[in-house]
Design a protein around this ligand. Structure first.
Ligand code: KG4
Ligand code: ZN
Length: 353
C-alpha cells in the first residue's frame, strides 16, 4: 500500500497544474498564533491572528517558553475559526503550508506539529515555508498584479537585507546588516526610552510628537555599500540617555524617537533606492514587520516618486507576522515544485537568506 508521503508527492505534482489551489497556512514562529486560508496565492479567504502581546508585555519582550505554551493553547481555536471564516470544507484544502523557520524553536514546533497532523489527517501535501518568503509573499495578497523581478527591502525583527528577487522564491542578496536587524534596534531603543513592548510601533508613535534634532552618529561607516549597521546608532542612543540620566536631566522621548527613526529610515531608503538604480529594476517591494513604520512609508513614497520607482508595501495587517503570507508563499512553493515536506519535518531557528 502507498504511504502518506508517496500520495503527497503525487498530489503535490498534480497541484502544479490545478487552476484553483486552496492552501491553509500556519504561523507560530514568535508571539502570534495564526491560521489562514488563501486561494491561488493572492485571494485571502480568512486570516485569524491570536496575538500574545499582552502576555509578553509585562516581561518587556517575548519569553520563548511562555510563547510555546500559549501557541499550544490557542492553535486549535485559531484553526477552527480560520476554516469557518473562509467558508470552506476541510476537504477543499489542497495543501497545508507551515512556517518551519526562522523563529523560536519551541514556538515553531507547535505550528509544525499541528500542520503535520492536519496534512496527514486530510491526506494532503505538507509544505515547509521559510518565514522570509512569507513576508515577501504578503505583498502578492495586497498587490494582486505584482510579479517578480523586483528589489525587496526586507526589514523584520530578525533580518535586514536588500534582495534582488528574480522570480518567485528566487533571490540573491545584495546587502545585509553586519550587526543588529532594524527591528531589534527599534525594540532596544524603545526599551531604553521606557516604552512598552513591542517597541517598534511605540517608537513610531512617539516620533510623530517629536523633532529629529539629535545627531547620534556622524556618518555611515558602510557608505557606498548596500550593507547596513544599526548597532552603532543603538549604542549611541543608549549612551545619550544614560548620560542625561546621570546628570539628573530629563530625556525628551519624542525627540530621541524621531531622531533615531529618521537616521534609520534614511539608511534604509537611500540604500533601497541605490539597489534599484544599480540593478535597473524599477520596482521596490518592502517586507517584514518594520514595513508597518509610518515614516518609512512616507519617505519611500516620496523617494520612489522622485526616482520613478514603483513602490509596493503590504497592507498594515499583513506587515507583521500572520499566516496569510505563509499560505500565499505555499502556493508559489507548489507552482515551483519546492518545499514538499514529510512527517519528519522539524523547526529551524535560522533559515538561509
Ligand atoms: O517581521 P516581524 O513581525 O517579525 C520577524 O519576522 O522578525 O517584525 C517584528 C519587528 C519588531 O522588531 C517590531 O518592533 C517591528 O517589527 N515593528 C515596527 C513597527 N511595527 C512593527 N518597527 C517600527 N515601526 C513600526 N510601526
Ligand atoms: Zn516576521
Amino acid at each position: 500500500m502507498e504511504s502518506y508521503f508517496e500520495r503527497a508527492k503525487l498530489k503535490f505534482e498534480n497541484l502544479k497544474n490545478k487552476t484553483d489551489v486552496i492552501v491553509l497556512g500556519i504561523e507560530s514562529s514568535c508571539d502570534e498564533t495564526s491560521v489562514s486560508v488563501v486561494r491561488n496565492g493572492t485571494e485571502l479567504l480568512s486570516n485569524v491572528v491570536s496575538s500574545q502581546i499582552d502576555i509578553h508585555k509585562r516581561f518587556g519582550g517575548v519569553v520563548p517558553e511562555v510563547a510555546s505554551r500559549n501557541h499550544v493553547m490557542a492553535i486549535e481555536n485559531v484553526f477552527n475559526e480560520a476554516v469557518k471564516e473562509a467558508g470552506i470544507k476541510l476537504s477543499d484544502i489542497d495543501a497545508v503550508a507551515v512556517t518551519y523557520g526562522a523563529g523560536l524553536i519551541g514556538a515553531l514546533l507547535v505550528g509544525v506539529n499541528f500542520a503535520k497532523a492536519l496534512s496527514f489527517g486530510l491526506d494532503v501535501p505538507l509544505i515547509a515555508v521559510s518565514h522570509i518568503e512569507g513576508h515577501i509573499s504578503a505583498n502578492y495578497i495586497t498587490h494582486k498584479a505584482l510579479k517578480p523581478p523586483f528589489i525587496c527591502l526586507l526589514v523584520s525583527g530578525g533580518h535586514t537585507a536588500l534582495l534582488k528577487v528574480s522570480d518567485y522564491l528566487e533571490h540573491t542578496m545584495l546587502g545585509t546588516t553586519i550587526d543588529d536587524s532594524v527591528g531589534e534596534a527599534f525594540d532596544k531603543v524603545a526599551r531604553i526610552l521606557g516604552l512598552e513592548y513591542p517597541g517598534g510601533p511605540n517608537v513610531d508613535k512617539f516620533a510623530k510628537l517629536g523633532k529629529s534634532n539629535i545627531e547620534f552618529i556622524k556618518h555611515d561607516i558602510l557608505k557606498g555599500t548596500l550593507n547596513f549597521s544599526f548597532s552603532g546608532v543603538k549604542t549611541a542612543v543608549i549612551n545619550y540617555v544614560h548620560n542625561l540620566e546621570q546628570k539628573g536631566e530629563s530625556v525628551n522621548v519624542p525627540d530621541v524617537a524621531a531622531s533615531f527613526q529618521s537616521f534609520v529610515v534614511k539608511e534604509l531608503t537611500e540604500k533601497a533606492i541605490s539597489a534599484c538604480k544599480q540593478t535597473g529594476l524599477k520596482k521596490l517591494v518592502v517586507a517584514g514587520g518594520v514595513s508597518a513604520n509610518s515614516y518609512l512609508k512616507e519617505r519611500l513614497t516620496e523617494l520612489c516618486k522622485e526616482n520613478n520607482i514603483e513602490l509596493y508595501m503590504p497592507e498594515l495587517k499583513l506587515c507583521t507576522d500572520n499566516a496569510a503570507m505563509i499560505a500565499s508563499a505555499g502556493c508559489y512553493y507548489i507552482k515551483k515544485g519546492k518545499g514538499l515536506a514529510g512527517l519528519d519535518l522539524t523547526g529551524s531557528a535560522t533559515v538561509a537568506l
